[in-house]
Ligand binder design. Structure first.
Ligand SMILES: Nc1nc2c(ncn2[C@@H]2O[C@H](COP(=O)(O)OP(=O)(O)OP(=O)(O)O)[C@@H](O)[C@H]2O)c(=O)[nH]1
Length: 592
């Protein structure tokens, strides 16, 4: 399955969705008229504004007096999302407190943090009209009401009403929703607390993941973790911007970053996700064409960021949205990698499916009027993003476990003799040093037994090399059977084997070696219907403390004892004497 058509299809569909719906005209809604739309606020707690208000759209900057009130249409949930637009959207409503015995203090606020301008024209009880111009293009501190989105507070007199004309506008076209909320001021405070708490938990979680990612990068020295960390940081900044929290807390004096930084952080998120995926899924090796495509996208996005700094807006805006949406295709890429043998890619795919679901709904909401939920799907996308980040970490963990397993297997293979399955000389050296240190530190005494088959050349010559191999395998099994788990037996090379025996005395070590010798001599190897008779000789030396003898010295001592056994007529065991200079043969076991 080739990913290119999938990506092409996805990009084309999204572009189409944007272009068809972005500049769509408002739908026709039933009757028009100059009747004033009214919302009763006498018992207001929290409400969306669209139930009861009306709206009108124009591309001209008009005053309230120039508004064609007869053209206003009912503001319903179905026409909340306006796509990408810089048209002037007017909302008209009367807030009625006629039944209220006390004055009503309320807050009106917009759903998204990135709305450029919200002009509130208001008049109480048909009196003089006043105006409050709220804008996210001035420092945060200049907001009359402190909230992460544009908000306006007012008091409607008891038994009275407030007329509202609201003008919503983007200086530079962006995704506009007419979702406005109206809250009793006390209710607003408690709802805002809960909202900030929930958003705070998202940032807390992301920060914890970020710390884990940075620790991973530091400890494992893998750039993969670094790109995961970059991805977390840019996602975190993207959401901080979309939530309006970066403007409130991080750069309150930089309306430029608040307004212009969006597309840059969107692009950085896409870029870090793509670069992370290249490394994680080994695309260069597994999918070279997709890898080329990702590389080209990375260059394109880098160019877009530079272009943004040079003042280019609309193409960068579209590219940044499409790039985020196109990340959904990473779920498919992960699945393909999984099918090509990257087991850990399954969690990676799950992560992008979660991300994709939230994002797809948000993008469709922002660009079309298919859903009636305002921009609430942005929160689903944010929650999806948090789950995604967790699953990516799980995928990284699984990769790490797999890597450690592979490393252990490779290590075992490197230390193993393929014919007998015993350890090899490398394993012997490691074990020797370990046991010698332990013995020197007061542990059990350790003895080296070097074993060599007698006249093995004759076996090879008479029965063939394969038969010789069979004998070597049998000896391997015999050695395994005769030693205890804490002892070490290896194939030293050719027809030579070595044992490291832990025993309280040389005599007991000799007994073990003798048992092996006797059993080997008494048990011919059955090969293709023939019994192959065989014997072995062995030399034994005590390992001693590391300060006493080096590894090579001990091997030489055991080798000299082995030589003595061979010289003494083979099929016997010799123990090396007290020191390196003394002669072997202090003790002999075997058939004379
Ligand atoms: N089948 C088989 N033979 C091996 C292997 N490694 C070494 N040999 C053979 O082991 C034989 C060792 O011969 P020599 O060193 O002359 O010793 P020997 O015949 O055992 O005689 P002594 O050691 O003096 O008793 C050679 O024929 C090697 O080819 C192996 O992995 N498989």
């Amino acid at each position: 399955m080739d990913l290119l058509p999938v990506l092409r299809w996805l990009a084309a569909t999204l572009l189409l969705l944007f272009s068809v719906h972005s500049y769509g005209q408002p739908e026709e809604f039933g009757q028009k008229g100059t009747q004033v739309p009214v919302i009763d606020i006498s018992a207001l707690k929290h409400s969306v504004l669209h139930a009861g208000a009306s709206y009108w759209v124009t591309d001209r900057d008009l005053t309230v007096d120039q508004l064609p009130l007869g053209e206003f249409q009912p503001l319903t949930a179905a026409c909340l999302n306006r796509g990408i637009t810089d048209d002037y959207h007017w909302v008209r409503v009367r807030l009625d407190n006629l039944a209220g015995a006390t004055e009503k203090r309320w807050v009106l606020y917009h759903e998204t943090s990135y709305l450029d301008e919200l002009s509130v024209h208001y008049a109480d009880n048909g009196g003089v009209r006043q105006q409050a111009d709220l804008s996210d293009r001035v420092p945060f501190s200049e907001r009359p009401f402190v909230h992460r989105t544009l908000a306006f507070e007012h008091v409607t007199p008891a038994g009275g009403y407030t007329d509202l004309w609201l003008r919503l506008h983007f200086v530079k076209a962006d995704t506009l929703t007419l979702n406005l909320f109206l809250s009793d001021v006390g209710q607003f405070a408690s709802a805002a607390h809960l909202e900030y708490l929930l958003l705070g938990s998202y940032y807390g979680l992301m920060l914890v993941l970020l710390i884990i990612a940075l620790l991973g990068a530091f400890i494992l020295r893998q750039s993969l973790y670094l790109f995961y960390a970059f991805f977390l940081i840019s996602s975190l900044l993207t959401w901080a911007q979309l939530n309006g929290l970066s403007f409130q807390y991080l750069w309150p004096n930089s309306p430029w970053w608040h307004n212009e930084g969006f597309n840059i952080t969107f692009l950085l998120t896409s870029m870090s996700a793509l670069q992370f995926s290249r490394l994680f899924l080994k695309t260069k090796a597994l999918f070279p064409r997709v890898d080329q495509l990702i590389k080209a996208s990375l260059w394109l996005m880098t160019a877009a960021i530079l272009a943004r700094f040079l003042g280019v807006y609309v193409p960068v805006l579209y590219l940044s949205h499409v790039s985020l949406a196109a990340l959904i295709s990473l779920a498919v890429l992960g699945f393909m990698a999984y099918r090509r043998g990257l087991g850990y890619a399954r969690w990676y795919s799950v992560a992008w499916v979660l991300y994709g679901l939230g994002l797809l709904v948000s993008v469709i909401s922002a660009g079309t009027s298919l859903f009636n939920w305002g921009m609430a799907p942005l929160y689903y996308a944010q929650a999806g993003g948090a789950l995604e980040a967790i699953f990516l970490l799980i995928a990284l963990g699984e990769k790490l476990v797999g890597w450690d397993r592979d490393r252990r297997v490779a290590l075992a293979v490197a230390n193993e003799d393929p014919l007998t399955g015993l350890g090899n000389r490398r394993a012997f050296e490691e074990a020797f040093d370990r046991l010698q240190r332990r013995s020197g530190a007061g542990g059990k005494r350790v003895f080296l037994v070097l074993i060599d088959l007698d006249l093995f050349k004759v076996v090879n010559d008479r029965y063939g090399h394969d038969a010789g191999d069979e004998v070597l395998k049998e000896l391997g099994q015999l050695l395994r059977r005769c030693v205890r788990p804490e002892d070490v037996c290896v194939r030293f090379g050719g027809e030579e084997f070595a044992l490291l025996l832990q025993a309280p005395s040389a005599r007991l070590a000799m007994d073990v070696a003798e048992r092996i010798r006797a059993e080997f001599a008494a048990t011919p190897t059955l090969y293709q219907g023939e019994d192959i008779e065989h014997t072995l000789s062995a030399g034994l030396a005590e390992v001693g403390a590391p300060e006493a003898f080096t590894r090579n010295q001990v091997i030489r001592m055991a080798d000299r004892a082995l030589y003595a056994a061979k010289a003494g007529g083979r099929n016997r065991i010799c123990l090396y004497g007290d020191g390196p200079e003394s002669q072997p043969g202090l003790s002999v076991a075997g058939d004379e």
